[in-house]
Design a protein around this ligand. Sequence first.
Ligand SMILES: NC(=O)c1ccc[n+]([C@@H]2O[C@H](COP(=O)([O-])OP(=O)(O)OC[C@H]3O[C@@H](n4cnc5c(N)ncnc54)[C@H](O)[C@@H]3O)[C@@H](O)[C@H]2O)c1
Length: 289
Amino acid sequence: MSGGHLAGKAIVVTGAGQGLGAAYARLAAAEGANVIVNDVDENHALSVARSIRADGGRAETAIGSVADWATAGAIVRSCIEAFGTIDGLVNNAGIFRLAHPSEQDPDEFRAVLEVNVLGTAYCGLHAIRAMLERGTGSIVNVTSGSHAGSAAMGAYGASKGAVASLTYCWAADLAGTGVRVNAVSPNAHTRMADTYEAYLGAAAQGQNVHKPPAQNAPAIVYLLSDASTSLHGQVVRIDGDELSMIAHPTVQGPGTRNPAWTVSSVAAAFGAGEVGPLSPVGLHRAPVE
Ligand SMILES: NC(=O)c1ccc[n+]([C@@H]2O[C@H](COP(=O)([O-])OP(=O)(O)OC[C@H]3O[C@@H](n4cnc5c(N)ncnc54)[C@H](O)[C@@H]3O)[C@@H](O)[C@H]2O)c1
């Protein structure tokens, strides 16, 4: 395919064997990109790559876990070997484990951090090094609204908070280099939504049921494309038909000062409502001014 918003670009999408990643890979290819479809599940990755080729696009697979440093390097290298370079990376691979803290399995907690945080960091570090050599590239990380606080999502929410922070930090590192890094906070009815519904049981309310993965893909392709060069260090939320921005952590000022704080004067300042405002737990909307 010669035209399109990603014409001729070489793009890696991790965890692209199903769900959101498959939708990103498909639209990227339809928009002219040469795509590396990564997944731990070889059959799923092969099937997505085959369907892209059947539709006239270019795609190869790179099988293996993003959570392994050497494999992450091999995934990025496979793009350079197959397509000559790497212009974009979508750090989409992720896993989901739900538990109340009183029952959380420590090995599951570790697994979530390894895939979601280290997997994102490892692929990103390899890609950044290759992109800096050419002074161009776009990385799209994947966070989640759950990082603002969500029941049963301690491990997952913490991992996605780390991904948001990684995005802000790398944006600071990469300012002015031509290599951009942004993040998305998507919503779709995928295997993850099934898991969440199964966990909630009767309380489930059709999580993201009318939000197909493909509805999220245009924003990801936009962030990968040269049309979004003004975006760096940003988190874009996609929720059904709505696009919005996630605010960065901020200091809510002005604060209150005391040259010699004591525990009592701290308590008095909170008691008088001088420190604040306090934040609600969970994702919320800032008031419209
Ligand atoms: N579905 C949503 O509403 C939603 C909301 C916020 C964030 N996200 C994030 O979007 C991303 C995709 O989610 P999804 O809903 O499509 O999930 P999914 O489970 O349908 O797909 C995830 C894919 O990642 C692959 N994967 C898992 N571990 C991997 C590893 N170590 N290395 C390579 N591939 C691996 C899986 O095999 C699977 O194909 C995840 O990072 C998820 O946290 C999803």
